[in-house]
Design a protein around this ligand. Structure first.
Ligand code: UDX
Length: 443
């Protein structure tokens, strides 16, 4: 098969990025989504979320004609050689497992609409065993005389670097049952292969597990250092120096050892919960039980940030203006899903504080979830007359802050750097009561 036409089912974060990048690689691409508002926006070249470089790429290929969007699945079924499934697998409402409703529905409706030989490629993060189940479904739904098969190709993109990670992935993992299917994907990813990107050809189960294992490892690394932060903030010591020192050991590595208010977002928290749930279904609860502790350590960090705020305000928080800087789960994103900063702000608000939230990109999404927090449009507005400033997301604008920037604006010189990104001594020398997560409070 020569691959020319590619469809991407689901045009959220993963799908919109994948569709634009496939067009950039030279394919004709059709993005399909059940949400007409999303399709209308994308067709007009508008991106409904913040991701650096992606709006430009979408506009470029909507204009070039290589990228189109539709709500009509049958268009994809009769046209594309390769279909990527990129719908979400959120945490179940009221449960800890992954909600597979969208993956199942997308696969069923796609398989029923396919009228030419083609390959379906799952990219969504799914519990192990899903691909084998979907393969049967696809086989059953295939029209007589039409050959359709399934491959699994997990996606490792990071928000904020989605375009770069998709165009230049650090590895490609391909789970297939037939060598012909792998050959098709070699054609799709020819450019990455030319750059000698590692190519891992494997079975469905390994491909599915690689994704959740990677995220579980990253979450574990973060909670590992945050567990030590609990120790250093009690007995003394410097968590950042500790991370630097162990990070020089190349077997350990320094990345993902930044202690602070912990991990959030649409992937790490739900993926470690879904993995525990899935292995429990397989009768292996004990195997991933440690991930429960990883989750608990992570959630304790948010409570610790709130406790630190109380301590800095001498337990008297009622009516006090607190500036919360950063509400997205990480910089370069407007995503507030499971955001530690938003959680901290909401807890302080519930405790009676007058919370002023400022985030360069996240205010709108945060306001949709917690409308009652006070959202402001600038750093200055947030810190003016604040009794306490808390840095919860390390946007560059906040990392560049100096004591002089806030001098004369705040009502009291109290700062909680919940991401450990500012030089404590500079702030203390300028007369601030300066706290960090992982550091014993000097007062
Ligand atoms: C993650 C994975 O990195 C990516 O490979 C996968 O495809 C999707 O999930 P993402 O959710 O975009 O990507 O965020 P990531 O950069 O991994 O950060 C996750 C969270 O961990 C953020 O809240 C971040 O602030 C936090 N974090 C990260 C730390 O608290 N400390 C660190 O050292 C690193």
């Amino acid at each position: 098969m020569t691959v020319k036409n590619v469809s991407v089912i689901g045009t959220g974060y993963l799908g919109a990025t994948h569709a634009a990048c496939m067009a950039e690689l030279g394919f004709d691409v059709l993005g399909v989504d059940v949400d007409p508002a999303k399709i209308e926006a994308l067709s007009a070249g508008d991106l409904p979320f913040h991701e650096p470089g992606l709006p430009e790429l979408i506009r470029k290929h909507v204009a070039s004609g290589r990228l189109r969007f539709t709500t009509d699945m049958s268009q994809a079924g009769s046209w594309a050689d390769v279909h990527f499934i990129a719908v979400g697998t959120p945490q179940q409402r009221g449960g800890t497992g992954a909600d597979l409703t969208y993956v199942d529905a997308a696969t069923e409706s796609l398989a029923a609409s396919i009228t030419k030989d083609s390959l379906i490629v799952g990219k969504s993060t799914v519990p192990v065993g899903t691909a084998a189940r979907l393969a049967e479904l696809v086989e059953d739904a295939a029209a007589p005389g039409v050959e359709v098969s399934l491959a699994w190709n997990p996606e490792f993109l990071r928000e904020g670097y989605a375009v770069e990670d998709t165009l230049r992935p650090d590895r490609l993992v391909i789970g297939t049952r037939r060598p012909e299917d792998e050959a098709i994907l070699r054609e799709v990813y020819a450019e990455a292969l030319e750059r000698e990107t590692p190519w891992i050809s494997t079975d469905y189960e390994t491909a599915e597990l690689v994704k959740v294992a990677a995220n579980a490892f990253l979450a574990t690394k973060i909670s590992f250092i945050n567990a030590f932060a609990e120790v250093t903030e009690t007995i003394g010591g410097d968590i950042t120096t500790l991370a630097d020192a162990i990070g020089y050991d190349t077997r350990i590595g320094r990345k993902f050892l930044n202690a602070g208010v912990g991990f959030g977002g649409g992937c790490l928290p739900k993926d470690i919960r879904a993995l525990q749930t899935r292995v429990a279904e397989l009768g292996l609860d004990h195997s991933m039980r440690f991930l429960d502790e990883i989750d608990q350590i992570n959630l304790r960090r948010r409570k610790k940030a709130v406790a630190q705020a109380f301590e800095l305000l001498d337990q008297n928080i009622e009516g006090k203006k607190i500036a919360v800087l950063g509400i997205t789960f990480k910089p370069l994103s407007d995503d507030v899903r499971d955001s530690p900063g938003l959680d901290v702000a909401a807890r302080l608000y519930s405790a009676g504080a007058d919370v002023a939230v400022y985030d360069p990109e996240g205010n709108r999404n945060a306001a949709a979830r917690y409308p009652r927090l006070g959202y402001v449009d600038s750093l200055d507005e947030a810190v003016t007359a604040a009794e306490l400033v808390i840095l919860t997301t390390e946007w560059n604008e906040f990392k560049a802050l100096t004591p002089a920037d806030l001098e004369g604006k705040v009502a009291a010189k109290r700062f909680l750097d919940a991401r450990n990104v500012l030089p404590a001594h500079d702030w203390e020398n300028a007369g601030w009561t300066f706290a960090q997560l992982g550091r014993k409070l000097n007062r």
